[in-house]
Every structure is written in structure tokens, then in C-alpha cells.
Design a protein around this ligand. Structure first.
Ligand code: FE2
Ligand code: FE2
Length: 222
């Protein structure tokens, strides 16, 4: 059995874990990892597989993995993919998801972070691309003055006016489109921060038998 996403979203235990994850990220002054990010990654992970004509079951599992992928931030930012994978597995089993499907979600979540993760399934690959694609200025929670002084990660997010994915099944192509304000961050700043993430997206797209491309301000860069 695969629970509805709405059931997962309204589960009190999951809501508590996600609220504490958000609180910890806020305390660390990291970029936003709230329900907004969870919701976007869930939708985009499902959209990627839908765009590639995957079975409805795979799409639903990707949406669930996307919604829960950062739940481990309630334990510690370090190792959040692995701790979150175990938390998600146990909560999904409690809700009634069968072991093979809960294991698939666990595996995808445990591999979503660029530090130790690898695309290991269609769900994992869709989750990786969806997660890395969410770059937006609304995710920066510091003042503009503080951001401009120090943190390149925040500056890159702050520069991003818009980001979205396109999936072209006939061309076997997945593209990430980002519009950045080059007064806030240069394209080189973006590359410095996102090089590892874009490489991971490329591997994830290859797992899905697609090419990955990055377009910034309408220019195809990779
Ligand atoms: Fe994460
Ligand atoms: Fe994330």
C-alpha cells in the first residue's frame, strides 16, 4: 500500500518532525528548508517521472520521497540524508506503507545529498534533480546586507529570480532553467557553488536515460 501524499502531509508525527527540522535549519541560519521546499521538491520529482511517462506508482513514490527528503534536519544537518531516510522508513511503515515501497523511499532519501549520495533508482534520480533545482531568493532568510558581506551560498540563492525544470521525453532531455540577477551574483559564483550539484544532476539524468542541461538567463551553459 502506498499512502496518499495528503495523508502523509496531515500526519501529526511527520508534521512535528518537519517543524523541528525547519527550526533547526533556522537556528543554523541556513537557507530555507520548510514545507515550501518540501512541497516544491515533491511536485518536481513527480513531474520529472510523469514527463518521462513513468508508472503512476513510481510518480507517487517520488512525490513522497520529495516531501520527506529533508526530514533528517530535525536530527542534525550533518548526515541529514541518512538520518532522514531511517526516520521516513519508520514513519511510512507505521502509516501502513509496505516494506518494499518504504525501502525505495528510504534509499532515495539516503542518497539525495551531494556529499555522499548517488543516483541509485528512478525515484532517487528524480529527487536529486528536483532538490538541486530549487534555487530561489525567497530561501534566503538573512538581511541583504549580511548576505552580500559573506555567504556565497546565500548570495547565489538571493540572485535567483526564478528556477524551473523542463522534461522533453522525445529528446530524452531534462533542463534546469535559472534566471539570476547578475548584480547580486555572477555566473561564475553560481558555478563555484553548484558545480558538484550539477554533476550530480547530470548523473541522475543519465540514470533516467536523459541528457541534463543548465540554462542561466537563457544561455545553455552545460
Ligand atoms: Fe537535503
Ligand atoms: Fe532539500
Amino acid at each position: 500500500m502506498i499512502p496518499d501524499l495528503s495523508q502523509i502531509k496531515s500526519d501529526p508525527e511527520i508534521a512535528t518532525l518537519m517543524a523541528m527540522a525547519e527550526a533547526q535549519i533556522k537556528a543554523l541560519q541556513f537557507t530555507e528548508h520548510s514545507k515550501r521546499h518540501a512541497g516544491i521538491v515533491s511536485k518536481w520529482a513527480g513531474d520529472i517521472l510523469r514527463g518521462l511517462n513513468a508508472d503512476e506508482e513510481r510518480i507517487r513514490l517520488a512525490e513522497i520521497a520529495g516531501y520527506l527528503h529533508d526530514i533528517g534536519n530535525c536530527v542534525n544537518r550533518e548526515g541529514h540524508a541518512q538520518s532522514g531516510a531511517i526516520l521516513a522508513y519508520h514513519t511510512l511503515c507505521r502509516i501502513g506503507m509496505d516494506t518494499p515501497h518504504a525501502t525505495e523511499v528510504m534509499m532515495a532519501i539516503g542518497n539525495h545529498d551531494e556529499k555522499y549520495g548517488t543516483p541509485v533508482s528512478d525515484i532517487s534520480s528524480a529527487l536529486i534533480i528536483a532538490d538541486k533545482a530549487d534555487v530561489h531568493k525567497s530561501r534566503v532568510k538573512k538581511t541583504i546586507e549580511d548576505v552580500m558581506k559573506a555567504n556565497i551560498h546565500d548570495r547565489v540563492n538571493l540572485a535567483a529570480e526564478k528556477s524551473y525544470l523542463t522534461v522533453q521525453r522525445e529528446e530524452a532531455a531534462i533542463a534546469l532553467h535559472i534566471e539570476i540577477d547578475t548584480d547580486v551574483c555572477s555566473v561564475m559564483d553560481y558555478f563555484e557553488i553548484y558545480f558538484n550539484r550539477m554533476q550530480m544532476c547530470r548523473k541522475a539524468a543519465e540514470f533516467l536515460h536523459c541528457r541534463f542541461s543548465l540554462n542561466i538567463n537563457g544561455t545553455k551553459l552545460v
